[in-house]
Design a protein around this ligand. Structure first.
Ligand code: PLP
Length: 389
């Protein structure tokens, strides 16, 4: 399958998906796929979820879009829910992860300019990070393969090594306004931050009045077994950015901040036409109601243990599996063979999995997954590993 009208920015599998149900996807020929990818950690409530369908239907009958020049109830409800379930006070809505990080770049900068000094405009980010494809968010993305054809990018981003506090300390100075990091690096290969590392970064930021930004675009919204990934660590950033799973498959991004930081934005400093779109907000309200709930999150934790134990069994059985890691249902196995071969073989057998970084297979299934569906996927995975061994 090829399409002459779509720009070739993606390498696509030879499949056209038509519909889904629960953790299954069906292509236009009716072939069924087990989904351990969830559209790259987006479809956390799976497919054809009734609560989402109802939210969309009832909102669609009222109003789809309302300018941010006016108030709307779904947006107000969602902002309240996000703040009441976190340590943040204010929300800015946008439409994607990259946009949420752009908003965070601007908020951190204006905070530093107003509260520190006019030249406090530099950022620290990390090698192997991923923060998006817009010029600002790409500038924070510490991977040469994404940056190289688009330089010069935004200046003044310095890169430290993830989980290496000394490399951060070396870059500190009066000109640093913010530190950006993913609590669990996703695209870079499923690398969780060490508890001690995050604690030390938090301390450094507090001491030096540096804005600490956690990009939870992938690891947030229940993926790690709590509504927010930083709640797993018990460490609060000043800003958190969200997207992917927040609206159950509709495009939405959000930046949450404490009042101390958020109050630096005045009217006109930032905006988004579609930010907080009513249909997306209606879905996000349904998503948060479902996920910010102990029994839902308990399933994520239980299924996480189940996945980890299965993956460890595979590791014992197949010598090409070097490591099993991750938190919640954001898991990875490191291989010493090309992950692409495994991903492609699994696809042919009807299992969707993702690669991450150079040598990792990433598992980010819908959070509603149960043991029955997981086992169906593991049977295919085992078959694929057998054929490769
Ligand atoms: C996917 C992702 C982004 C970018 O999100 P888009 O919605 O594609 O712009 C940013 N940060 C992280 C951690 C991501 O996983």
């Amino acid at each position: 399958m090829n399409n002459e009208f779509i720009m070739k920015t993606y390498s696509r599998f030879d499949v056209t998906f038509d519909h889904g149900k629960g953790c299954y996807l069906y292509d236009t020929n009716g072939k069924k796929y087990i989904d351990f990818a969830a559209g790259i950690a987006v479809n956390s409530l799976g497919y054809a979820n009734e609560k989402l369908e109802n939210a969309i239907l009832s909102q669609s009958k009222k109003l789809l879009h309302c300018s941010n020049l006016y108030w709307s109830q779904p947006q107000i409800n969602l902002a309240k829910k996000l703040c009441q379930n976190s340590s943040f006070d204010k929300v800015f809505f946008c439409n994607s992860g990259a946009e949420a990080n752009e908003a965070a770049l601007k908020l951190a900068k204006i905070y530093a300019k107003k509260n520190k000094n006019e030249n406090c405009t530099k950022f620290i980010a990390f090698r192997n990070s991923f923060h998006g494809r817009t010029t600002g968010s790409l500038s924070l993305t510490g991977q040469d393969k994404y940056q190289k054809n688009f330089t010069p990018l935004m200046p003044d981003v310095k890169f430290a090594l993830f989980n290496d506090i000394e490399s951060v300390k070396k870059l500190l100075g009066a000109d640093i306004c913010a530190i950006f990091l993913e609590p669990i690096q996703g695209e870079g290969g499923i690398v969780p931050a060490k508890q001690e590392f995050l604690a030390e970064i938090r301390e450094i930021c507090t001491k030096n009045d540096i804005v600490l930004v956690f990009d939870e675009v992938q690891c947030g919204i229940g993926r790690c077994g709590k509504l927010f990934a930083h709640q797993v660590y018990g460490i609060n950033p000043d800003i958190v950015t969200l997207a992917k799973a927040i609206a159950g498959g509709l495009p939405m991004g959000a930046m949450l901040a404490t009042d101390k930081i958020a109050s630096s934005f005045s009217v006109g400093d930032h905006a988004s036409t579609f930010g907080g779109n009513l249909l997306a907000c209606a879905c996000a309200n349904a998503v948060i109601e479902e996920i910010a709930n102990d029994s839902f999150l308990e399933n994520v934790s239980q299924m996480s243990s189940y996945f980890i134990s299965k993956l460890n069994t595979f590791k014992e059985k197949y010598s090409f599996i070097k490591d099993v890691r991750g938190i919640g249902l954001m898991l990875g196995i490191e291989l010493d063979i090309p992950p692409k071969d495994v991903v492609n073989a699994a696809f042919k057998e009807g299992l969707l999995i993702l690669s991450a970084g150079a040598n990792v297979i990433r598992f980010v299934p819908p959070l509603i997954i149960d043991k029955k569906v997981a086992d169906e996927g593991f049977i295919i995975l085992n078959k694929v590993f057998e054929s490769i061994k």
